[in-house]
Write a protein that binds this ligand. Structure first.
Ligand SMILES: Nc1ncnc2c1ncn2[C@@H]1O[C@H](COP(=O)(O)OP(=O)(O)OP(=O)(O)O)[C@@H](O)[C@H]1O
Length: 248
């Protein structure tokens, strides 16, 4: 049996004030594969993403990335692990520095990886090419780029560290239908080229099924159904999954 790249075992997260955002949730992402996580607003998806990235700790249960607790790593081990575990947020415009040109955002990520200055321009141009962006756009500021282009810059920046796993939190929800389809094609291509694994989070099962091998359905912090994406789509067992599909 494959050793998972990311695993959550019986994870519970209770926020101050008593909100149980996640209740004994288990989930795994295998190397080079995609696990989808669907659920409506407030179901706990972003909390799970933050736990997977090691930004917060669970109240009980375990989170493991390549066998280690990502929240407990310190120093060099933390830097190494962070490079292999990247994040593409829902609204990347907010995560890019508005005063930095798009190319500089990617170049900085390369610098943080120890890539020598003389190699950075060429590597940045290659990353722009990889995500389907004209390298000329590297000179633009985020405000001068479309939503889809900004999302691609965020992906290029994530790829700069040559990650094994990318946590994508609603990466297409701010895009129109055609940009959404192109983004899913790009993510699929990148996975095939670089053997990337994704934890792909969305409220939309119709989007998730295009990419995910396995899907977990989250409701009020609990996994109510889990299985192969095609099975959930064709024969949803839980009424909540059927309700999610009803909205498609
Ligand atoms: N820092 C926090 N402090 C207290 N409660 C929080 C905090 N963050 C999230 N919550 C609560 O935890 C629950 C899960 O929130 P979470 O953001 O994980 O859901 P979500 O599925 O990502 O929602 P959305 O799709 O709207 O982003 C919600 O009830 C939310 O109000």
């Amino acid at each position: 049996m494959t050793v998972p790249l990311l695993s959550l075992e019986q994870v519970t997260k209770i926020y101050p004030g008593g909100v149980t955002a996640l209740d004994r949730v288990s989930l795994r992402v295998d190397p080079g594969r995609t696990t989808g996580l669907v659920g409506e607003s407030g179901s706990g998806k972003s909390t799970l993403a933050r736990l997977a990235l090691g930004l917060i700790a669970p109240d009980s249960g375990t989170v493991r990335f390549d066998g280690q607790d990502p929240h407990r790593l310190r120093g060099r081990a933390a830097r190494g692990t962070r490079a292999r575990l990247q994040f593409v947020p829902q609204h990347p415009r907010g995560s890019l520095n508005p005063a930095l040109r798009a190319g500089a955002a990617v170049s900085l990520a390369l610098a943080a990886q120890g890539v020598p200055r003389r190699e950075r321009a060429e590597r940045t141009a290659a990353l722009f090419g990889q995500v389907g962006l004209d390298p000329g756009l590297a000179r633009r500021y985020p405000r001068e780029l479309s939503g889809g282009q900004v999302q691609r810059v965020a992906i290029a920046r994530a790829l700069a560290t040559e990650p094994d796993l990318v946590v994508c939190d609603e990466p297409t929800s701010a895009l129109d239908r055609s940009a959404q389809a192109r983004m899913l094609d790009l993510l699929t291509e990148l996975q095939q080229d670089s053997d990337l694994a994704y934890l792909f989070i969305s409220h939309d099962l119709a989007v998730v099924r295009h990419l995910a091998d396995q899907v977990s359905v989250l409701r009020h912090g609990r996994v109510v159904e889990h299985g192969p994406a095609a099975r959930l789509w064709d024969e949803p067992a839980h009424p909540y999954t059927r309700a999610l599909l009803g909205g498609v």
